[in-house]
Ligand binder design. Structure first.
Ligand SMILES: *Cc1c(COP(=O)(O)O)cnc(C)c1O
Length: 463
């Protein structure tokens, strides 16, 4: 099909020069392995397969929209992280990225630890048998009930986020007759996002206790003075979707400085530091994430060097990747519905999901890629915006991308790298039914989180 055969075709060249999106890939049929999970490939007929199963069969069996999670890729990423950091460090998977009982079991089998930040996440972790001592509990406003449950369960650490919480957790631990292991979350004045970081970020945020003005040092003083708390270290988390290690470098240096101050004042060398998560992944071909072994080496070099110069023993390091483990392992499969070419602008491709299954584009202007996956096509590329079916003009899944101009209703398209913060942030807006998560591995597919049903909606509505 020639470009002009498509209604929106002739003007594409005009639009292309204005946008900030990349030019179309030379061949839209080629799947960039950077943004797709490891077992994804095209079969002889051109349809995408994951774990050896074609998308037509997946769509027929599980419906659309649905998230398909490449289990062997998930496990491989867990192993890569824990091998990269080795026995002197701990890798905590950040459960908020995506948590289910199957995921908790995979984490256990692969030897990872788990971060939770709510009672619901804690319940899921414990129910699936994660040993409590391998769980860290985070959050800026943990309720008393949540803290009690965490203490009763015996979680390995509670990350203290405020002066009030130091007292609250100490009180609850004392009344349960336990000495609770805790870390203090500090804000190091570093803010990191994707391609830039700011070393002098102001402290105007809800998380943590500022290093500035000696506040973190005061928090350490108070925690050390409470015998129902065992202060095991300092925690810092500087941002998300970070590629540049420079932000971690500044953060680690500032945390080690605090450890040195604590040693000087109290004669105590805190044994652990946690550098948080936030490591970036490839959402589009423009993103170049680092491998876990490079990240591990960079972080441990920084910490070792800073500790040597401060005359401290090197503490045990922990990290908390969420997105970097689960993000690349899943894609969302949609069926194409209405296609609306807007003369001189772009073509709106509507899918059977939208902001209810992926809020990140609307929320953060996140960038995604998209591909036609039920077949290949030799048609010209057309500039599209992939939108959902919700009553909201900001309901965009992929802002600017190219799909073949012969795209038609009923085609299947897939958005890769939706494993993190998509199902976990999904909503019922417009009474949408949240899609299932289907784990695919070695030719087998099984639902790990089922699709919501209209009965589920009505069951909550007790009116
Ligand atoms: C969100 C969060 C993480 C995980 O961030 P990712 O970007 O998914 O790696 C880790 N630690 C803390 C404290 C967080 O809030």
């Amino acid at each position: 099909m020639s470009r002009s055969a498509h209604p929106a075709g002739p003007r594409h060249a005009d639009v292309l020069t204005e946008g900030h999106y990349s030019a179309p890939a030379a061949d839209l049929n080629i799947l960039d392995e950077k943004v797709w999970s490891r077992t994804v490939t095209r079969d002889a007929d051109g349809a995408l397969t994951v774990g050896g199963i074609g998308v037509a069969r997946l769509a027929e069996e599980f419906g659309t929209p649905a998230y398909f999670l490449d289990e062997s890729d998930f496990r491989a990423r867990c192993r890569a992280w824990s091998e990269a950091f080795g026995p002197d460090a701990d890798v905590f998977y950040a459960g908020k990225a995506f948590l289910s009982r199957a995921v908790v079991r995979w984490l256990q089998e692969e030897g990872l630890h788990l971060d939770v930040c709510s009672g619901g996440e804690l319940t899921t972790a414990l129910d699936a048998g994660m040993p409590a001592e391998r769980i860290a509990f985070h959050g800026n406003n943990k309720t008393v009930a949540e803290i009690e449950r965490a203490v009763e369960a015996g979680v390995g650490r509670i990350v203290l986020d405020s002066f009030q919480e130091i007292v609250r957790v100490a009180h609850i631990a004392r009344s349960h007759g336990v000495r609770q292991r805790v870390q203090i979350r500090v804000t190091v004045g570093v803010e990191a996002h994707t391609h830039e970081f700011i070393a002098t970020a102001h402290e105007d945020q809800k998380f943590g206790i500022a290093l500035a003005d000696g506040q973190a040092a005061e928090a350490v003083r108070r925690a050390l003075g409470l015998d129902s708390l065992e202060l095991i270290g300092i925690h810092s988390h500087i941002g998300s979707q970070i590629f540049d290690m420079a932000g971690f470098e500044v953060s680690a240096r500032r945390v080690v400085q605090l450890l040195a101050e604590v040693r000087d004042e109290h004669g105590v060398e805190l044994p652990e530091i946690d550098l948080g998560g936030g490591l970036g992944i490839a959402y589009t071909s423009d993103d170049d994430p680092r491998e876990p072994h490079e990240i591990a080496k960079a972080l441990s070099d920084i910490v070792t060097r800073e500790c040597e110069s401060a005359g401290l023993r090197t503490p045990r390091i922990s990290v908390e990747p969420g997105r970097a483990i689960v993000g690349p392992t899943a894609f969302t499969l949609y069926e194409v519905g209405t296609i609306k070419p807007l003369e001189g602008l772009r073509t709106y491709v509507s899918v059977d999901g939208g902001m209810s299954d992926n809020i990140r584009t609307a929320l953060y202007d996140a960038e995604y890629s998209v591909a036609l996956v039920s077949r290949t096509s030799d048609a010209e590329p057309m500039l599209v915006r992939v939108v959902g079916k919700h009553c909201e003009s900001g309901d965009i899944v992929v802002k600017d991308a190219f799909l073949p101009a012969d795209l038609a209703p009923g085609d299947l398209i897939a958005v890769p790298a939706t494993g993190a913060y998509c199902r976990s942030m999904a909503s019922n807006y417009n009474h949408a039914l949240r899609p299932p998560v289907v784990a695919v591995r070695d030719g087998e597919a099984r639902v790990i989180v089922r699709r919501e049903t209209e009965e589920d909606l009505l069951r909550l509505d007790v009116g």
